[in-house]
Ligand binder design. Structure first.
Ligand SMILES: Cc1cc2nc3c(=O)[nH]c(=O)nc-3n(C[C@H](O)[C@H](O)[C@H](O)COP(=O)(O)OP(=O)(O)OC[C@H]3O[C@@H](n4cnc5c(N)ncnc54)[C@H](O)[C@@H]3O)c2cc1C
Ligand SMILES: NC(=O)c1ccc[n+]([C@@H]2O[C@H](COP(=O)([O-])OP(=O)(O)OC[C@H]3O[C@@H](n4cnc5c(N)ncnc54)[C@H](OP(=O)(O)O)[C@@H]3O)[C@@H](O)[C@H]2O)c1
Length: 443
């Protein structure tokens, strides 16, 4: 029987397990899957951990989630086609759920089946090599500190790419008397109450960590962008300035001449695609972009079609795109989708990469990833879902953010799966301090 090693039981890994289970339900002969997960439970980043740095076994903690995180896009845009929010919660719920609610939804779908039996928890993949037409996968049972090796026909990497922080250095950091941290280790904005905080970066982490600090009572929040400002209308106590030049004692001096006293610096400077466990010849090397090169249909490794990657793109679309990728990967492995000739693969990859390199604004990026996801969707039997509605939602959401960055999470959207319209949440995000699932669902 064909054997597949699946690395990681985060949303992407769970999509793949679900894809296998759905085929099995239809009576198809599916491959044997062994999923390796280095954490003690499933859910990936959504399996929140208070830990930062190393875990109790000395292994780096992959989690980058924080306590009061809420979805930064409408939940309707990430909805599973085969498991709607209405089905999981028994009724429509508001469009921007907090972390605990999304976690419940993600694992709720797989809890219904037997996928958990396929996962080896607390097990870290340490090495993957391709020899004699097979993959040798070496892994560590972290609890007993024991190494083992097994042979597989296929490898599907779903280990995520928002776990290993990129940490630049600025002049004066060594002698800065306050706290310096990366957003990867940010867990709770409460610790910055009454403090002057500097946030560096201009993407989603910078935006949301800065807003969190403001919401939980930081005295001031100054965002230093490098290339382009986010340009939102920031609330009182927040400003956005150009690039940190240096730190002098507690003073942060920016390229545009702004000087700001600082108690803490939070580096929201992104993450590295980091696969120390994969042999060089199989390893994806890319920065965070919408179409990493060398992946056919964004999934199959160009130089070895038995090696696959899920979710390695920068992401507007998430869970349903991961599903489309997982269904596609499954069907390639099961021989239902035939890989084309080398030349066709190359020109397909080049076509997408060239289109991606011309993208200029968020609307074009949304269009690009929607087209990519739609193309994948048509290649498998992943159930019907309205990607045109999702495209429209994403653009509307972008405009809501520009209108008012403090209120975009109070809006409501309609489901691309059931058509139901989300109720407006009982408390605006800005004043919703209790974001437990119980309170959120108590409509
Ligand atoms: C702070 C933050 C907030 C986000 N918020 C949102 C949001 O609101 N909405 C949204 O749609 N997306 C959000 N995302 C995007 C996020 O990428 C996806 O939601 C999703 O978690 C990606 O799933 P994944 O399976 O690719 O990776 P992950 O969730 O990172 O899961 C990867 C899994 O692989 C395991 N693993 C890694 N290496 C190994 C190894 N060597 N051996 C065994 N197991 C291994 C890890 O333990 C982990 O469980 C957010 C990301 C971050 C960083
Ligand atoms: N649910 C939520 O609310 C939430 C919150 C946080 C994160 N997320 C998710 O987390 C994922 C990762 O987002 P991310 O923002 O961490 O990473 P990211 O999107 O890859 O952005 C990295 C940022 O780092 C900046 N940067 C890199 N090097 C820098 C330097 N030397 N100095 C200053 N800035 C530098 C980049 O700036 P340039 O553009 O100038 O290169 C860019 O703005 C996304 O999927 C996002 O949706 C979600």
């Amino acid at each position: 029987m064909t054997k597949v090693a699946l690395i990681g039981a985060g949303p992407c890994g769970l999509s793949f397990l679900r894809a296998i289970e759905q085929a099995e339900k239809k009576g198809e002969k599916v491959p044997e899957v062994v999923c390796f997960e280095k954490q003690e439970d499933w859910g990936g980043l959504w399996n929140y951990s208070w830990r930062t740095g190393s875990d109790q076994y000395g292994d780096p903690v992959p989690n980058s989630m924080y306590r009061y995180l809420w979805s930064n896009g409408p939940k309707e845009c990430l909805e599973f086609a085969d498991y709607s929010f209405d089905e999981h919660f028994g009724r429509p719920i508001p469009s921007f759920p907090p972390r605990e609610v999304l976690y419940d939804y993600i694992v709720g779908r797989v809890k219904k089946g037997k996928s958990k039996d396929k996962i080896k928890f607390n097990t870290r993949v340490a090495n993957i090599e391709f020899k004699n037409d097979k993959f040798d996968v070496s892994y560590q049972d972290k609890v007993n500190n024991e190494m083992s090796k097994e042979t597989f026909d296929y490898v599907v990497v779903s280990s995520g790419h928002f776990s290993v922080p990129f940490i630049p250095e600025y002049k004066g950091m060594n002698s800065f008397p306050g706290r310096i941290m990366h957003s990867h280790d940010f867990r709770d904005a409460e610790e910055f109450r009454g403090k002057d905080v500097i946030v560096l970066g201009s993407s989603y982490s910078a935006e949301d960590v800065a807003l969190q600090c403001n919401k939980y009572g930081a005295k001031s929040v100054t965002i230093g962008y490098r290339h382009n400002p986010m340009g939102f209308k920031w609330p009182k106590g927040m400003k956005e300035v150009h690039y940190l030049d240096k730190l002098e004692g507690k003073k942060a001096i920016f390229k545009d001449g702004t000087e700001q006293n600082a108690d803490a610096i939070i580096l929201c400077t992104g993450y590295l695609h980091h696969f120390p466990f994969i042999d060089e010849s199989l390893k994806l090397k890319t920065h965070n972009r919408l179409y990493p090169p060398k992946l056919y249909k964004g999934v199959v490794w160009q130089d070895n079609h038995k090696m696959m990657y899920l979710g390695m793109q920068d992401q507007f679309h998430t869970f349903n795109m991961f599903d489309c990728q997982a269904w596609f990967a499954r069907d390639v492995i099961m021989g239902k989708i035939k890989m084309p000739e080398t030349k066709e693969i190359e020109s397909d990859i080049n076509k997408w990469v060239a289109m991606e390199e011309k993208l200029e604004n968020p609307d074009q990026m949304i269009d690009f990833q929607t087209e990519y996801t739609k193309e994948l969707h048509e290649m498998s039997d992943y159930p019907k879902i309205d990607f045109e509605l999702i495209r429209t939602h994403f653009k509307e959401w972008e405009h809501h953010k520009v209108e008012d960055i403090m209120t975009y999470r109070n809006k409501s959207f309609s489901s691309p799966v059931t058509g139901s319209v989300a109720p407006v949440h009982h408390t605006p995000w800005e004043t919703a301090m209790d974001d437990s699932m119980k309170t959120f669902l108590d409509q």
